[in-house]
Design a protein around this ligand. Structure first.
Ligand SMILES: Cc1ncc(COP(=O)(O)O)c(C=O)c1O
Length: 333
Protein backbone atom coordinates (compact mmCIF):
# COMPACT_ATOMS: atom_id res chain seq x y z
CA UNK A 1 0.00 0.00 0.00
CA UNK A 2 1.45 3.38 -0.93
CA UNK A 3 1.85 6.20 1.60
CA UNK A 4 -1.13 8.18 0.32
CA UNK A 5 -3.42 5.15 0.52
CA UNK A 6 -2.21 4.49 4.08
CA UNK A 7 -2.91 8.11 5.09
CA UNK A 8 -6.45 7.87 3.72
CA UNK A 9 -6.97 4.67 5.66
CA UNK A 10 -5.60 6.29 8.84
CA UNK A 11 -7.66 9.47 8.58
CA UNK A 12 -10.78 7.31 8.16
CA UNK A 13 -9.75 5.27 11.20
CA UNK A 14 -9.58 8.49 13.22
CA UNK A 15 -13.06 9.32 11.91
CA UNK A 16 -14.34 6.20 13.68
CA UNK A 17 -13.47 7.98 16.94
CA UNK A 18 -15.41 11.08 15.96
CA UNK A 19 -19.17 11.46 16.30
CA UNK A 20 -21.95 9.40 17.84
CA UNK A 21 -21.70 11.91 20.67
CA UNK A 22 -24.23 11.77 23.54
CA UNK A 23 -27.51 13.61 23.28
CA UNK A 24 -28.95 14.31 26.72
CA UNK A 25 -32.24 15.79 27.80
CA UNK A 26 -31.86 18.60 30.34
CA UNK A 27 -34.79 18.47 32.73
CA UNK A 28 -37.13 20.91 34.48
CA UNK A 29 -38.03 23.39 31.76
CA UNK A 30 -41.64 24.56 31.66
CA UNK A 31 -43.26 24.58 28.22
CA UNK A 32 -40.31 23.36 26.13
CA UNK A 33 -37.85 20.46 25.89
CA UNK A 34 -34.16 21.26 26.06
CA UNK A 35 -31.49 18.85 24.79
CA UNK A 36 -27.68 19.09 24.75
CA UNK A 37 -25.32 17.48 22.23
CA UNK A 38 -22.10 16.75 24.11
CA UNK A 39 -19.35 17.09 21.55
CA UNK A 40 -16.52 16.68 24.05
CA UNK A 41 -16.44 12.91 23.66
CA UNK A 42 -14.80 13.29 20.22
CA UNK A 43 -11.23 12.09 19.40
CA UNK A 44 -9.29 15.05 20.84
CA UNK A 45 -12.06 16.30 23.13
CA UNK A 46 -13.94 18.82 21.04
CA UNK A 47 -16.32 19.48 18.18
CA UNK A 48 -13.39 20.72 16.06
CA UNK A 49 -12.38 17.11 15.38
CA UNK A 50 -15.14 17.02 12.78
CA UNK A 51 -13.86 20.05 10.85
CA UNK A 52 -10.16 19.11 11.17
CA UNK A 53 -10.78 15.53 10.06
CA UNK A 54 -12.70 16.63 6.99
CA UNK A 55 -10.10 19.24 6.03
CA UNK A 56 -7.23 16.75 6.42
CA UNK A 57 -9.14 14.00 4.59
CA UNK A 58 -9.74 16.16 1.51
CA UNK A 59 -6.19 17.53 1.53
CA UNK A 60 -4.81 13.96 1.57
CA UNK A 61 -7.20 12.85 -1.19
CA UNK A 62 -6.20 15.81 -3.34
CA UNK A 63 -2.51 15.02 -2.67
CA UNK A 64 -2.02 18.41 -0.97
CA UNK A 65 -0.85 16.47 2.08
CA UNK A 66 1.58 13.73 1.06
CA UNK A 67 4.92 12.22 2.12
CA UNK A 68 6.94 14.84 4.02
CA UNK A 69 4.25 17.58 4.07
CA UNK A 70 4.30 20.07 6.93
CA UNK A 71 0.77 21.11 7.90
CA UNK A 72 0.58 24.68 9.21
CA UNK A 73 -2.22 26.51 11.06
CA UNK A 74 -2.72 29.58 13.18
CA UNK A 75 -4.66 28.32 16.18
CA UNK A 76 -4.36 28.53 19.95
CA UNK A 77 -7.54 26.55 20.49
CA UNK A 78 -9.40 23.36 19.82
CA UNK A 79 -8.82 23.36 16.06
CA UNK A 80 -5.05 23.47 16.61
CA UNK A 81 -5.20 20.75 19.24
CA UNK A 82 -7.34 18.53 17.05
CA UNK A 83 -5.18 19.04 13.95
CA UNK A 84 -2.04 18.41 16.01
CA UNK A 85 -3.36 15.12 17.42
CA UNK A 86 -4.72 13.91 14.08
CA UNK A 87 -1.43 14.78 12.32
CA UNK A 88 0.43 13.02 15.12
CA UNK A 89 -1.63 9.88 14.45
CA UNK A 90 -1.01 10.20 10.69
CA UNK A 91 2.74 10.65 11.13
CA UNK A 92 2.54 14.08 9.48
CA UNK A 93 4.41 17.11 10.83
CA UNK A 94 2.24 19.91 12.20
CA UNK A 95 3.37 23.44 12.97
CA UNK A 96 1.08 25.55 15.18
CA UNK A 97 1.37 29.34 15.10
CA UNK A 98 0.17 30.76 18.43
CA UNK A 99 0.34 33.97 20.44
CA UNK A 100 0.91 34.85 24.11
CA UNK A 101 -2.85 34.84 24.83
CA UNK A 102 -2.93 31.06 24.50
CA UNK A 103 -3.99 29.26 27.68
CA UNK A 104 -1.28 27.40 29.55
CA UNK A 105 -3.02 24.06 29.16
CA UNK A 106 -3.48 24.45 25.38
CA UNK A 107 0.16 25.43 24.97
CA UNK A 108 1.20 22.33 26.92
CA UNK A 109 -1.02 20.12 24.75
CA UNK A 110 0.25 21.64 21.51
CA UNK A 111 3.86 21.20 22.64
CA UNK A 112 3.03 17.56 23.36
CA UNK A 113 1.19 16.78 20.09
CA UNK A 114 2.67 19.12 17.44
CA UNK A 115 6.09 18.93 15.81
CA UNK A 116 6.59 22.68 16.16
CA UNK A 117 4.96 25.57 18.02
CA UNK A 118 5.82 29.09 16.87
CA UNK A 119 4.94 31.96 19.21
CA UNK A 120 4.14 35.29 17.53
CA UNK A 121 4.83 37.81 20.28
CA UNK A 122 4.53 41.15 18.45
CA UNK A 123 1.03 42.68 18.43
CA UNK A 124 -0.25 43.87 15.06
CA UNK A 125 -1.73 47.28 14.13
CA UNK A 126 -5.08 46.37 15.77
CA UNK A 127 -3.37 45.71 19.11
CA UNK A 128 -4.17 41.99 18.81
CA UNK A 129 -2.12 39.15 17.34
CA UNK A 130 -4.44 37.68 14.72
CA UNK A 131 -3.09 39.60 11.71
CA UNK A 132 0.52 38.90 12.64
CA UNK A 133 -0.28 35.23 13.17
CA UNK A 134 -1.80 35.02 9.69
CA UNK A 135 1.21 36.88 8.24
CA UNK A 136 3.50 34.37 9.94
CA UNK A 137 1.54 31.43 8.51
CA UNK A 138 1.69 32.92 4.99
CA UNK A 139 5.43 33.52 5.36
CA UNK A 140 5.99 29.93 6.56
CA UNK A 141 3.91 28.49 3.72
CA UNK A 142 5.92 30.52 1.23
CA UNK A 143 9.36 29.51 2.48
CA UNK A 144 8.54 25.87 3.26
CA UNK A 145 8.56 23.33 0.42
CA UNK A 146 5.68 20.86 0.61
CA UNK A 147 3.64 22.72 3.21
CA UNK A 148 -0.14 22.86 3.59
CA UNK A 149 -2.22 25.52 5.38
CA UNK A 150 -5.48 24.07 6.68
CA UNK A 151 -6.95 27.62 6.85
CA UNK A 152 -10.03 26.81 8.94
CA UNK A 153 -11.48 30.32 8.54
CA UNK A 154 -11.77 30.05 4.75
CA UNK A 155 -11.69 26.35 3.91
CA UNK A 156 -15.22 25.12 2.99
CA UNK A 157 -14.27 21.65 4.21
CA UNK A 158 -14.59 23.19 7.67
CA UNK A 159 -18.37 23.67 7.50
CA UNK A 160 -18.86 20.66 5.22
CA UNK A 161 -17.31 18.62 8.04
CA UNK A 162 -20.50 19.10 10.05
CA UNK A 163 -22.64 16.95 7.73
CA UNK A 164 -22.04 14.04 10.13
CA UNK A 165 -23.16 16.02 13.19
CA UNK A 166 -26.23 17.20 11.28
CA UNK A 167 -27.03 13.62 10.34
CA UNK A 168 -26.85 12.54 14.00
CA UNK A 169 -29.21 15.39 14.94
CA UNK A 170 -31.59 14.68 12.06
CA UNK A 171 -31.84 11.01 13.04
CA UNK A 172 -32.34 11.76 16.75
CA UNK A 173 -35.35 14.09 16.44
CA UNK A 174 -38.74 13.69 14.83
CA UNK A 175 -39.13 17.47 15.14
CA UNK A 176 -36.62 20.17 16.03
CA UNK A 177 -37.66 23.79 16.49
CA UNK A 178 -34.66 25.72 17.91
CA UNK A 179 -30.92 25.17 17.63
CA UNK A 180 -28.38 27.21 19.66
CA UNK A 181 -24.85 27.15 18.23
CA UNK A 182 -21.77 28.94 19.61
CA UNK A 183 -19.63 30.60 16.92
CA UNK A 184 -16.03 31.34 16.07
CA UNK A 185 -14.98 30.36 12.53
CA UNK A 186 -18.74 29.76 12.02
CA UNK A 187 -18.07 26.34 10.47
CA UNK A 188 -20.45 24.65 12.92
CA UNK A 189 -23.32 27.10 12.56
CA UNK A 190 -23.06 27.29 8.76
CA UNK A 191 -22.75 23.51 8.37
CA UNK A 192 -25.61 22.74 10.75
CA UNK A 193 -27.86 25.42 9.26
CA UNK A 194 -27.31 23.98 5.81
CA UNK A 195 -27.76 20.30 6.69
CA UNK A 196 -30.28 20.35 9.54
CA UNK A 197 -32.64 22.75 7.77
CA UNK A 198 -32.87 20.24 4.91
CA UNK A 199 -34.74 17.98 7.34
CA UNK A 200 -36.42 20.65 9.49
CA UNK A 201 -37.05 23.68 7.21
CA UNK A 202 -38.85 25.64 9.96
CA UNK A 203 -35.96 25.28 12.40
CA UNK A 204 -34.84 28.55 14.03
CA UNK A 205 -31.03 28.65 14.21
CA UNK A 206 -29.61 30.97 16.85
CA UNK A 207 -25.91 31.87 16.51
CA UNK A 208 -24.41 32.61 19.93
CA UNK A 209 -21.44 34.95 20.32
CA UNK A 210 -19.53 36.78 23.07
CA UNK A 211 -19.30 40.55 23.59
CA UNK A 212 -16.20 42.01 21.98
CA UNK A 213 -16.25 39.51 19.11
CA UNK A 214 -16.28 41.01 15.62
CA UNK A 215 -18.34 38.29 13.90
CA UNK A 216 -21.73 39.98 14.24
CA UNK A 217 -20.80 43.33 15.79
CA UNK A 218 -18.21 46.08 15.45
CA UNK A 219 -18.13 46.82 19.17
CA UNK A 220 -14.73 45.65 20.27
CA UNK A 221 -13.70 44.87 23.86
CA UNK A 222 -11.25 42.50 25.49
CA UNK A 223 -12.44 38.88 25.49
CA UNK A 224 -11.39 36.66 28.36
CA UNK A 225 -13.08 33.40 27.37
CA UNK A 226 -11.41 31.35 24.61
CA UNK A 227 -13.17 29.22 22.00
CA UNK A 228 -16.06 31.56 21.38
CA UNK A 229 -15.95 34.66 19.18
CA UNK A 230 -13.41 35.94 16.66
CA UNK A 231 -11.51 39.12 15.90
CA UNK A 232 -12.95 39.29 12.36
CA UNK A 233 -16.03 38.60 10.24
CA UNK A 234 -16.49 34.98 9.22
CA UNK A 235 -15.95 34.21 5.54
CA UNK A 236 -18.63 31.48 5.57
CA UNK A 237 -21.38 33.63 7.06
CA UNK A 238 -22.11 35.55 3.86
CA UNK A 239 -25.51 34.44 2.70
CA UNK A 240 -25.83 31.79 5.42
CA UNK A 241 -29.43 31.66 6.62
CA UNK A 242 -28.90 32.08 10.39
CA UNK A 243 -32.19 33.26 11.92
CA UNK A 244 -31.11 34.99 15.13
CA UNK A 245 -27.92 36.19 16.75
CA UNK A 246 -27.43 36.48 20.52
CA UNK A 247 -24.37 38.26 21.86
CA UNK A 248 -23.77 37.45 25.53
CA UNK A 249 -21.74 39.17 28.23
CA UNK A 250 -18.93 37.44 30.10
CA UNK A 251 -21.14 37.37 33.21
CA UNK A 252 -23.92 35.56 31.33
CA UNK A 253 -21.55 32.99 29.88
CA UNK A 254 -19.92 32.24 33.25
CA UNK A 255 -23.36 31.94 34.84
CA UNK A 256 -24.45 29.60 32.00
CA UNK A 257 -21.45 27.31 32.58
CA UNK A 258 -22.04 27.12 36.30
CA UNK A 259 -25.80 26.50 35.93
CA UNK A 260 -25.14 23.76 33.41
CA UNK A 261 -22.86 22.13 35.96
CA UNK A 262 -24.95 22.70 39.06
CA UNK A 263 -28.38 21.99 37.60
CA UNK A 264 -27.52 19.25 35.08
CA UNK A 265 -24.04 17.92 36.02
CA UNK A 266 -22.75 18.84 32.56
CA UNK A 267 -19.16 20.02 33.04
CA UNK A 268 -18.49 21.93 29.85
CA UNK A 269 -16.47 24.81 28.41
CA UNK A 270 -17.29 28.49 27.94
CA UNK A 271 -19.07 28.21 24.62
CA UNK A 272 -21.35 25.45 25.95
CA UNK A 273 -22.32 27.69 28.88
CA UNK A 274 -23.03 30.42 26.33
CA UNK A 275 -25.31 28.16 24.27
CA UNK A 276 -27.10 27.07 27.45
CA UNK A 277 -27.57 30.61 28.76
CA UNK A 278 -28.78 31.79 25.34
CA UNK A 279 -31.29 28.93 25.10
CA UNK A 280 -32.69 29.60 28.60
CA UNK A 281 -32.93 33.36 27.96
CA UNK A 282 -34.58 32.90 24.56
CA UNK A 283 -36.94 30.05 25.45
CA UNK A 284 -37.93 31.32 28.91
CA UNK A 285 -38.76 34.73 27.45
CA UNK A 286 -41.56 33.32 25.28
CA UNK A 287 -45.04 31.95 25.90
CA UNK A 288 -45.48 28.42 24.60
CA UNK A 289 -48.89 27.17 23.57
CA UNK A 290 -49.81 23.74 22.26
CA UNK A 291 -47.17 21.05 22.00
CA UNK A 292 -43.81 21.75 23.64
CA UNK A 293 -41.11 22.81 21.16
CA UNK A 294 -37.79 20.97 21.03
CA UNK A 295 -34.63 23.04 21.48
CA UNK A 296 -31.05 21.81 21.18
CA UNK A 297 -27.80 23.34 22.39
CA UNK A 298 -24.39 22.37 21.03
CA UNK A 299 -21.72 21.82 23.71
CA UNK A 300 -18.34 21.98 21.90
CA UNK A 301 -15.84 21.09 24.64
CA UNK A 302 -15.31 19.98 28.24
CA UNK A 303 -14.92 22.06 31.41
CA UNK A 304 -11.47 20.77 32.45
CA UNK A 305 -9.42 23.36 30.50
CA UNK A 306 -11.52 26.10 32.17
CA UNK A 307 -11.07 24.86 35.74
CA UNK A 308 -8.71 27.73 36.63
CA UNK A 309 -10.79 30.37 34.86
CA UNK A 310 -14.57 30.12 34.44
CA UNK A 311 -14.86 27.71 37.39
CA UNK A 312 -12.47 29.67 39.63
CA UNK A 313 -14.09 32.43 41.74
CA UNK A 314 -10.87 34.44 42.14
CA UNK A 315 -10.34 34.55 38.37
CA UNK A 316 -13.95 35.54 37.76
CA UNK A 317 -13.74 38.41 40.28
CA UNK A 318 -10.46 39.59 38.75
CA UNK A 319 -11.64 39.65 35.12
CA UNK A 320 -14.98 41.24 35.99
CA UNK A 321 -13.17 44.01 37.90
CA UNK A 322 -10.79 44.50 34.99
CA UNK A 323 -13.72 44.57 32.56
CA UNK A 324 -15.54 47.24 34.62
CA UNK A 325 -12.32 49.26 34.71
CA UNK A 326 -11.90 49.00 30.92
CA UNK A 327 -15.50 50.14 30.40
CA UNK A 328 -14.97 53.12 32.71
CA UNK A 329 -11.75 54.09 30.93
CA UNK A 330 -13.55 53.93 27.60
CA UNK A 331 -16.32 56.20 28.87
CA UNK A 332 -13.81 58.72 30.22
CA UNK A 333 -12.08 58.51 26.82
C1 LIG B 1 -14.92 25.64 22.51
C2 LIG B 1 -15.41 26.10 21.18
N1 LIG B 1 -16.69 26.45 21.04
C3 LIG B 1 -17.17 26.90 19.87
C4 LIG B 1 -16.37 27.00 18.76
C5 LIG B 1 -16.95 27.57 17.49
O1 LIG B 1 -16.93 26.69 16.43
P1 LIG B 1 -16.79 27.23 14.97
O2 LIG B 1 -15.34 27.57 14.74
O3 LIG B 1 -17.23 26.09 14.12
O4 LIG B 1 -17.66 28.42 14.82
C6 LIG B 1 -15.03 26.64 18.87
C7 LIG B 1 -14.12 26.76 17.74
O5 LIG B 1 -12.93 26.64 17.85
C8 LIG B 1 -14.54 26.17 20.11
O6 LIG B 1 -13.25 25.82 20.27
Amino acid sequence: MDRNQKMIEDILKIREQIGKTPLVRLEHFPGFNLFAKLEYTNFSGSIKDRAANNILYHAIKENKIREGTIVIESSSGNFGISTALQCNRLGVDFCAVVDPQISEINLKMLRLFASRVIMVDQPDETGGFLLNRIRKVKELVEITDNSYWTNQYENPNNFLGYAGLADEINRAFSSLDYLFVPTSSCGTVVGLTRFVKQQFPDLVVVAVDIEGSMIFSDKKCKRYIPGLGAGRKAAFMEGAPVDEVMILTHEEIISGCRDLLNSHSVFAGGSSGAAYFAACKFMNGRKWQGSSPNALIICPDRGIPYIDTIYNDAWVTKILEEKTMNELMEKVG
